[in-house]
Ligand binder design. Structure first.
Ligand code: MRU
Length: 330
């Protein structure tokens, strides 16, 4: 019952409109890269790995089919390179924080065959998710109650999920009793998407307002905090959905492990530390208050508050700069 946020079919990218979930399963058909960029900007598709894969298919749409005839093919190749570069710029600029977006686009640019590359990235995401989920689940003990923030399940990765995958694997192994789900204001990815996924999987869950975390932890009702990531800097600082950093502070205060689950493609060694990660600020109107406002989409959790970073290449522990240099080539 793993949710599928996107499908490439008959030369078009079909995107499950996550803005309409859980009320309605509505699909958007994209035939041009511009439409994919708009879906990413407007959060019809969201979650770091999923927007990377959507962008990779967006590049396929921009590249088009090369003509079979050899001479026509040579003539079309130059035009196609220009189209791909333009699409890359457009897709890359759709959202700034998740490094998976730029990473996936670069992979397609470097490959000779956009469709083969996009399909491979899609397959590899699923494999990475399954592997890191299994490794993360090993940290759980029967009866554990976990707290998670935002949505880092299959909807967010186009695979099995990162933090969501860890929870799913822990549940299947009988090591998870219940999940506390942060609402995740202002767009309610936790309330709308994570609870939907957990219900489909039959995993007991309870929704709480974001500001309830302190009460839950103070009452000893949380055994582990598990979240995803949009970008992990070379020193192990983690950008994730705004509200993650306060959870890490609370977890430290109450002696509860704080895990970040992410594929190696979320690690960006070109970004030295959290202060260098671009943090998206979205339209204040999303807060719906009708007053002047600031709408940060992400925050940065310093590496020292992270108990472990669960990747498909292994579970990383401090010192993170060394652990990251071992698993991430770029
Ligand atoms: O703004 P969103 O919904 O794209 O934010 C998503 C998150 O913050 C996720 O936790 C992160 O991308 C990891 S998804 C596996």
């Amino acid at each position: 019952v793993t949710a599928e946020p996107l499908r490439f079919e008959d030369g078009a990218l079909l995107i499950l409109d996550q803005r309409a979930l859980p009320g309605e399963e509505r699909w958007i058909r994209c035939e041009r890269a511009e439409q994919v960029a708009e879906c990413i900007r407007s959060l019809a598709v969201r979650g770091a790995p999923a927007i990377g894969i959507a962008a990779a298919y967006g590049m396929v749409l921009a590249g088009g089919e090369l003509p079979a005839d050899r001479e026509e093919r040579a003539a079309a190749a130059g035009q196609r390179a220009g189209d791909l570069e333009a699409a890359a710029d457009l897709l890359r600029s759709a959202r700034p924080t998740a490094v998976n977006l730029a990473w996936a686009i670069d992979q397609v640019l470097a490959s000779g065959d956009p469709l083969e590359c996009a399909r491979r990235l899609h397959r590899e995401q699923e494999a990475a998710d399954r592997r890191l989920a299994a490794l993360g689940a090993e940290r759980f003990e029967p009866g554990d109650r976990a707290l998670t923030h935002c949505n880092a399940g299959a909807l967010a990765t186009a695979g099995y999920g990162t933090a969501g995958g860890v929870l799913q694997a822990a549940w299947e192994q009988g090591r998870l009793a219940q999940v506390w789900v942060d609402e995740t204001r202002p767009l309610n990815q936790g309330a709308r998407l994570t609870t939907w996924e957990l219900e489909r999987a039959g995993i007991p869950n309870r929704l709480v307002t974001d500001s309830s975390a302190g009460t839950l932890l103070a009452r000893g009702l949380v055994d582990r905090v598990v979240v995803g990531a949009d970008r992990i800097a070379a020193n192990g600082d983690v950008a994730n959905k705004v509200g993650t950093y306060p959870l890490a502070v609370l977890a430290e205060r109450h002696g509860v492990p704080f895990y970040v689950a992410a594929p190696v493609s979320t690690i960006d060694r070109d970004t030295p530390d959290g202060a260098s990660i671009p943090i998206e600020e979205r339209d204040p109107s999303e807060l719906g208050a009708g007053v002047p406002a600031v709408n940060f989409a992400f925050d940065v959790t310093p590496a020292e508050l992270v108990s472990a970073i669960v990747t498909e290449a292994g579970v990383l522990e401090p010192p993170y700069d060394e652990a990251i240099a071992r698993v991430a080539s770029r």
